[in-house]
Design a protein around this ligand. Sequence first.
Ligand SMILES: N[C@@H](CCC[C@H](N)C(=O)O)C(=O)O
Length: 287
Amino acid sequence: MTTIDFVKGHGTQNDFVLVPDPEGRLALTPRDVTYLADRRAGIGGDGVIRVAPLSAAPDEVREQCPDAKWFMDYRNSDGSVAEMCGNGTRVFARYLVEQGLETSDTFAIATRAGRKEITVVADGFATDLGPWRLARETEANERGMDSVVQVHGAPDPLPALSLDLGNPHTVVALPPQIDLSALDLHTAPKVDPTPEHGTNVEFVRAIEHAHISMRVHERGVGETRSCGTGAAAAALATWWWGGRPEDQLDWIVDVPGGRLGVHIAADKVALSGPAELVARGTVSLPG
Ligand SMILES: N[C@@H](CCC[C@H](N)C(=O)O)C(=O)O
């Protein structure tokens, strides 16, 4: 039986089991990940993050991130690998700083979606998520929609926009007659056309100028209380639908677990918000 150290943390209640692997020797299987993420039989989390040295990252990640020391090896709670996790980057950064593994106010980390730059800010951490793009630009109609989403709680399919932030997102602007709280996200919303590699789905309600609230159904997880790349996708889609106003580049995104900041800069986007570590211990992996 293998016993490992773990650290539990969260960013706006998007929670993760961090697994320190300073030598880069740990091969977490999907079964290990589902066990660690299990809220009843294991530790519990929306995802599992192995903290590995850059030398343990895949070749293409090492090439893209030569100045990063640490690789965020992210898995969803169902054991699947995801390219990116925005809230995860901040919790990962919190761990590196608390352990003294990073000592400056700005540093790079490596992810499967490339190099991400972290900045320590007053209320947590900001992550430069880098470039984003419309996933199906050629198919977006004049209203900026390229797909439809069927979700329990809405009588008809709702128009949506797909964005790529390193990982896939489909954003729905809720019509005024449907409350965010009326949606049932226990089952995955159905997206048409079906994205080849699945998608995270965000439902957005505008509150005021550059201020939205959202709920999310995450690929590989289910409904979560926050999603960092999802918040960025939701702000970008709302900004896009609004005609990309140049005076609306700083967004507030309210999620069930708290509040995130999103800054849009030309072809890049940044995410900011809190990150907390709440527990440490050891756990035996299933044999
Ligand atoms: N919660 C994350 C996103 C995690 C990955 C996602 N479920 C996927 O499969 O793409 C975030 O904060 O961005």
